[in-house]
Design a protein around this ligand. Sequence first.
Ligand code: NAD
Ligand code: ZN
Length: 359
Amino acid sequence: MQRVKVELADRSYDILIGRDLLVELGARCRKLGLGSRCAIITDSNVARHYGKETQQSLESAGFQTTLITIPPGEKSKSLKYLGECYDAMARHRIERKSFVVALGGGVVGDLAGFVAASYLRGIPFVQIPTTLLAQVDSSVGGKTGINLKAGKNLVGAFYQPRLVLCDLATLDSLPEREFRAGLAEVIKYGIIYDAPFFRRLEQQMQSALDRDPAVLGKIVARCCSIKADVVSQDETEGGLRAILNFGHTIGHAIEATAGYGKYLHGEAISIGQVLAARLSQKVLGLQVAEVERIRALLDRAGLPTEARFSTNQKQKLMAAMKLDKKVSGGEIKFVLARRIGEVEFGQRVPEREVFSVLS
Ligand SMILES: NC(=O)c1ccc[n+]([C@@H]2O[C@H](COP(=O)([O-])OP(=O)(O)OC[C@H]3O[C@@H](n4cnc5c(N)ncnc54)[C@H](O)[C@@H]3O)[C@@H](O)[C@H]2O)c1
Ligand SMILES: [Zn+2]
């Protein structure tokens, strides 16, 4: 088992990474001194695989559990299911000293985290991420929230878990497409922070795709430690934390204009990262050979790296990116790479340059 610490003064917590950690969940919650009742929030896919095991682990350590199951998918990150979680928790007399266990991917983690942040003005919560994306990204760092009709993640809170338990064995049942989508975030960490890690990924991509336990464990641990490092320097995204958005400005626009559902998030940001690399070449002089290494690695991970956009689509993409612009005060800002392993955030790029890389 590997341990990564997220350093946030009195809100510091551990991320534990290894196989078959779920059986230890109850004992670990005991050690944290959590109260006697807990609500496990999960989705129906994950419940089918790991619901029983999670309940048993907690109950054998003396906790009373209640399982709250939501339908799988992004639509459940909504006011409707937020309300259903609150009601179920009140029915089961979840109180101040009780806690929430988020068992699932990023959808469950974001929703359950926000439930924990807001129910009774905040009760403790533990993350058990079961997708690769959730293990390397969404379960770490304390961003929680739900979507509104007007857009994604519009309501939420920064609220840190007490523990993150990445049981690599839960990834065995993850569909191939979801696994590959998670690799897009993995590759991102190499680009933004760690050139040797990027090189290791180039050497070990096949083993990663085969889900070799040793290789996968090291990959998840390295991603978590990079995210932990960034978050502990800038918890609420005043600056540095923005580097985690490499490939995301364009990627989010692709997700939004393609219609949510066509691309998984990781697939859209795979294309977004290739386009951000091309933009980096123009603006920061990223070498052509490095742009190609980025594209090639994403491609080897089985991710899309190209999309053809009609003029009409390009205009829609620009409009979607400019919607972001409003929130960041007047200009489209990008995270761009100087070289693999080193990026700059807050890069202002003229519209025509952006338009030209979309071609
Ligand atoms: N909070 C953050 O910092 C942050 C960061 C990145 C993404 N996110 C959010 O994460 C969400 C996406 O997360 P995701 O990609 O994990 O999607 P997800 O939670 O929808 O999970 C993907 C699918 O895999 C299924 N699944 C999950 N674990 C499984 C397992 N072990 N075996 C079999 N099936 C399993 C789920 O039921 C679902 O159908 C988005 O809502 C996004 O906004 C949040
Ligand atoms: Zn992402």
